[in-house]
Design a protein around this ligand. Structure first.
Ligand SMILES: Cc1cc2nc3c(=O)[nH]c(=O)nc-3n(C[C@H](O)[C@H](O)[C@H](O)COP(=O)(O)OP(=O)(O)OC[C@H]3O[C@@H](n4cnc5c(N)ncnc54)[C@H](O)[C@@H]3O)c2cc1C
Length: 335
């Protein structure tokens, strides 16, 4: 998608409006703003706020030195490419006066308004912006433990090492192998993402390993852009891709990493490469900040992104391609 500066400004304005911040008449303040999470949401918020409030002290907490985007990671998986084009550093943000702490936020005290980070430092805030992305629900699938299973059955739903591992497994898989993907029930990050990935891997098989096949085991019966995907699969990958809905015994109830087996209610399926995308919830630090409810997600006021559960905490997640790619480009590509 071609991007120009006018589009960028429009996107930035949209972010300001969406977050309830009047762009041009913002009272100046030297408030302490802490942002947890250096993904699309956190970096966009930090940079936009620094521009609106140059006197505010803005701290961004992110454990990774390099952010690898999920957008376009499926493209790299499908061509066994490289993550370099989708990797970004935080130097442009630092150059704008944002203090980047390469650390993990380990706890939030919403009463004292403090954040504890690895290394022992405690940061006080007047406003906290939480943008930690998603985490996975432990025990939602029998046998799925968050430590070991992803090392054998990568989810690649957070880009970086998991993406590299999935690419390596696909590269090493013999022609004639079976790639099995388990897709969770909604809601989860990037609803069309699994089907996009399956299509790209089917294309790789068709062109590079023609005796191989993709099997999608789905936890639901309907999915995002379903007619479009199904039309394309019928036309391009009739011999390379099969989708099984939840009512057609598609829901994965158990995984076994020793035998690389995924079990549905009636069948144990042996994979050569298994991509298990587990059910999801808000990032763990959101739970620790007491901004999640019984759904595992964060209720907010839709105009200000303010948590409805805790004062002075805003929860940001950017989900649309339009807003997030523009925001990332604004933050990193056109400093
Ligand atoms: C395969 C795939 C393809 C996708 N394709 C698209 C696409 O084409 N277009 C699109 O718009 N969206 C796409 N998405 C969705 C997109 O990736 C997300 O909407 C986006 O990443 C959300 O941004 P975020 O900042 O909320 O979370 P994230 O990008 O996950 O960033 C969260 C950051 O917070 C950090 N963090 C977490 N916990 C802590 C803590 N305790 N302390 C400090 N830091 C912490 C993490 O390290 C991470 O860097 C895709 C997703 C996937 C999985």
């Amino acid at each position: 998608m071609p991007l120009n500066r006018r589009d960028m400004l429009a996107g930035l304005g949209a972010i300001g409006l969406a977050s309830g911040l009047p762009l041009y008449a913002f009272p100046q303040t030297n408030a302490r703003i802490v942002v947890i999470g250096g993904g699309f949401g956190g970096t966009s918020a930090a940079r936009t706020l620094k521009r609106l409030l140059p006197n505010a002290s803005i701290a961004l907490i992110e454990p990774k030195a390099t952010y690898v985007t999920c957008p376009f990671s499926n493209v790299e998986i499908g061509k066994l490419g490289s993550l370099t084009p989708i990797s970004f550093s935080y130097t442009a943000l630092e150059a704008e006066g944002i203090k980047v702490h390469q650390a993990e936020a380990t706890s939030v005290d919403p009463i004292r308004q403090t954040v504890q980070i690895t290394g022992g430092e405690t940061l006080a805030y007047d406003r906290l912006i939480l943008s930690p992305g998603i985490d996975f629900r432990a025990n939602a699938i029998d046998g799925y433990d968050l430590q070991d299973v992803p090392n054998r059955m990568p989810h690649a739903w957070k880009a970086g090492d998991q993406t590299r591992l999935l690419m390596r497994q696909l590269r090493e898989m013999e022609d004639g192998g079976l790639f099995v993907m388990s897709v969770p029930p909604a809601p989860y990050r990037c609803p069309p993402g699994p089907y996009e990935r399956a299509s790209l891997i089917a294309h790789y098989f068709k062109t590079q390993k023609p005796r191989s096949k993709v099997l999608i085991l789905d936890g639901k019966d309907q999915f995002s852009k379903m007619p479009l995907f199904q039309e394309a699969w019928k036309e391009h990958y009739p011999d390379h891709l099969e989708w099984r809905s939840a009512t057609d015994d598609g829901r994965v109830s158990k995984v076994d990493i020793q035998n690389l087996t995924l079990s549905t209610d009636f069948e144990d399926i042996q994979a050569d490469v298994a991509n298990v995308i587990p059910p999801q919830k808000a990032g763990t630090i959101a739970e620790r900040a007491s901004v999640t409810d019984s759904t595992g997600w964060c209720p907010i006021d839709a105009l200000s992104f303010a948590s409805t559960l805790q004062p002075n905490i805003h929860v940001v997640a950017i989900g649309s391609l339009h807003a997030s790619i523009r925001a990332m480009a604004w933050a990193h590509i056109f400093p």
